[in-house]
Ligand binder design. Structure first.
Ligand code: ZN
Length: 198
């Protein structure tokens, strides 16, 4: 039996990462079995958060309050900045609980073929923060792809002849892998064993 509205929800759920046809259908049935208030509350939360989400004016991460929780946390080490490609990468690292410094989102990776030059990224802001916040180390955590390496090298060059230490996540993350799909243990290990770029 084809059911249009049942299919509509299933189709939406299938857009989520890692959710196939079968799981989507199962989740649809589960949602429909829940009490009315619970489903409304869930839908409202999603819409509310999405509506109120903005970019943190300091790190560029996603947040409801600006500055974000991490930037305004006095107990986080402001002398170490983790440089990431996109806002979601912050959530991935936060989940490991290993990193106690602060973050800086670049908003992309250098890719001349795609027309993404350094001036299109938040690199100027990074330079300003390093000076203003007295940053001593930058951990460049861009993905191990050609663009990720190019960006890491560019930033390393930028801080040449300055006392700022530049490090890169240790290997263990397969080349071409997306941080989002790297498991927490691998990520924690890569962070602890980070390599100083000479
Ligand atoms: Zn922030």
């Amino acid at each position: 039996m084809k059911n249009k509205w049942l299919e509509e929800i299933t189709e939406e759920l299938k857009k989520l990462p890692g959710i196939g046809e079968k799981s989507a259908f199962k989740i649809t049935l589960h949602i429909l079995s829940r009490p009315q208030e619970e489903v409304e509350e869930f839908a409202r939360k999603l819409v509310d958060i999405k509506r109120n989400l903005k970019f943190c004016s300091i790190c560029g991460g996603l947040t409801v309050e600006d500055p974000c929780e991490i930037c305004s946390d006095p107990y986080r080490d402001r002398s170490i900045l983790m440089v990431v490609e996109k806002p979601q990468d912050i959530f991935v690292f936060e989940k490991t609980g290993v990193f106690k410094g602060k973050y800086h989102v670049l908003g992309g990776l250098i890719s001349p073929s795609a027309g993404i030059t350094p001036d299109k990224l938040r690199i100027k802001e990074l330079k300003e923060r390093v000076v203003k916040e007295g940053v001593k180390e930058l951990i460049i955590s861009t993905s191990p792809t050609v663009e990720g390496e190019t960006t890491a090298l560019y930033i390393k060059k930028l801080f040449e002849n300055t006392p700022v230490k530049i490090s890169r996540l240790a290997s263990g993350i397969p080349f071409g892998a997306d941080l989002e799909f790297t498991d927490e243990r691998t990520l924690s290990r890569a962070l602890l064993n980070r390599i100083t770029l000479e």
